[in-house]
Design a binder for this molecule. Sequence first.
Ligand code: GRF
Length: 266
Amino acid sequence: MVTKIRIGALISGGGTNLQAIIDSCESGKICGEIVFVGTDNPDAQGLKRAASRRIPTFVVDYKSAIKSFTNDLNKIELPDDFNINDLLLKYSVFPADADLEKTKKFLTLRAAIEKKLLDEMRPYPFDLLILAGFMRILSPYFIDKINSEPDNFRIMNIHPALLPAFPGLDGYGDTFRYGCKIGGCTVHFIDYGEDSGPIIGQRAFPIQENDTLNTIKKKGLALEWELYPSCIQMFAQNRLQIVKKIFELDSGEKVIRTVVKIKGES
Ligand code: GRF
């Protein structure tokens, strides 16, 4: 008998990717099952999609938590193993010259909220955590709790651009405004940076003169719904191998990259 992988999902919005993944689990395209759907947004439409398939759901309301912690710092309950210096060393989303106090405050608030997220997830053991339109940055505190070792990547994300171009919140918008002739989407593992983790799969589409932001989003999403399930299935089949590659540039400088090798592909 084939063992199904257990998939946890975090969403923030409409959940069309979540739907494609639920459908793929049901049709057998993904050898897996979704064991929970969590969100930072109490109004996320995707919650209804999960509930209609009897998938357990929970909400950790980031917006109100950030407000209440910011109004009263005494309310912040930090996890026992919180270590700000460790997080500062690892965190690489903000630029190196960012205000240290602001970064400390951001990471402290995040770890306090992520502790709640981890508490909600605890009843549902999982093999893979997927971010399906989850619009919050995860701190190294959270990431280290999921990836038992740095290179044992267990969090996947879908991003609406051909990374490493246009990381951040508005991949299709950035692609459109830049005048790109090709757009696309990327599935990657999460590391400590912003949309910077090892790339698993990408799909691209042409952008014509008469395309609008709306038509670009439509084309992109249609590809996302195919790409994400296929990458999750490769994880389920144990085909995603993490390898460190060392490249020597013409200047003599060495570049080390952590990349995904897909087993069974030449
Ligand atoms: C997708 O475009 C995804 O790439 C991005 O957020 C959007 C989520 O859409 N991260 P949905 O909630 O899956 O419909």
